[in-house]
Write a protein that binds this ligand. Structure first.
Ligand code: FAD
Length: 276
């Protein structure tokens, strides 16, 4: 999306007191847009930094365009004069009595555990937990899931030197995307990482340190030290009813509204802030 779209925002003749919950791309875009419309905006972020899920791009060199975009949004949020409260989860008891006219809820989405037999016997990592903690994972890593997040996480771990096996029940479009380019990089770099991607697997069964599955009617077993699950996400929607009672107008935006990507979240956020 053209960052210049924010320059076309017109002031609202009736400024309002606005809270934005969540400092990911959707929350930051909503906050910047609302300030440009003349509203007083406070942004609540539960963690210690702005960026939301985009923070993974700090650790992955092939995600630099996303890192640039995250840094742009953070700089604009600061420059716009949004009051940012880090380490501050927005709870109803904190919000009531603040007199907000509007609350925009952008708390993102959370990774789901896939329905895989034996998943309770392993301690799976979620993709967002892996970035920045790559050295804490053992040498052999199993990635379950063929989403874009799964594929990128698998390549990232391989490029960090892990022996990675990625399993997908389907043959998603993104599964082997750019595989030649990454394999070329792996071949050139020192550190010995590898990635084997196996699509169309059936009957995945996990037990401590090993996974069994069927592929092309053949039974296989792979050993692993750690498992990363990329089973899709579901929207985070905590205390929605109670939070909606702390203001006059309440709206859910970004991945909390419908899990998507940066583009869908930012468009939602811009539209919501323009409607205030
Ligand atoms: C590994 C990975 C790779 C990805 N790659 C891409 C990509 O290449 N391109 C793309 O378009 N998309 C990508 N995505 C998806 C994209 O990052 C998300 O769609 C986008 O970040 C959603 O934005 P959001 O603002 O709705 O939520 P989030 O980015 O999830 O931000 C939500 C924020 O709300 C905060 N929060 C939660 N609850 C509270 C609360 N009660 N109070 C205060 N704060 C709270 C969280 O701490 C978080 O900072 C990727 C996602 C992952 C995990």
């Amino acid at each position: 999306m053209d960052p210049n779209f924010l320059n076309h925002v017109k002031k609202d003749p009736q400024p309002k007191k606005v809270a934005v919950i969540g400092g990911g791309p959707a929350g930051m875009t909503a906050a910047i847009t609302a300030v440009r419309r003349g509203h007083a905006v406070t942004l609540y972020e539960a963690s210690g930094a702005l960026g939301g899920q985009l923070r993974h791009s700090e650790f992955v060199d092939f995600k630099w365009p996303l890192l640039d975009y995250m840094n742009y949004l953070i700089a604009q949020t600061e420059k716009a004069g949004v009051e940012v409260r880090l380490h501050t989860p927005a709870k109803p008891e904190r919000m009531e009595g603040e007199g907000y006219d509007v609350i925009l809820y952008a708390a993102g989405a959370a990774e789901k555990l896939p329905p895989v037999e034996g998943i309770e016997t392993v301690k799976p990592w979620k993709p967002m937990e892996v970035f920045g903690r790559e050295t804490e994972l053992g040498e052999r890593v199993l990635v379950i899931g063929g989403s874009e997040t799964g594929v990128e996480t698998a390549w990232h771990l391989a490029l960090c030197g892990h022996q990675v096996t990625e399993l997908s029940r389907r043959m998603p479009e993104c599964f082997f995307k750019d595989a030649d380019r990454y394999q070329e990089r792996l071949a050139k770099q020192e550190g010995g990482g590898s990635l084997e991607q196996i699509p169309k697997v059936k009957d995945i069964r996990l037990s401590e340190g090993q996974v069994s599955f069927t592929v092309k009617k053949e039974e296989k077993t792979v050993l692993f030290d750690d498992v990363v699950v990329c089973g899709g996400v579901s929207p985070v929607r905590e205390d929605l009813e109670a939070l909606s009672r702390c203001c006059i107008w309440f709206r859910v935006i970004g991945d909390s509204f419908r899990p998507g990507d940066v583009r869908t979240g930012v468009k939602d956020a811009y539209a919501a802030a323009m409607l205030i």
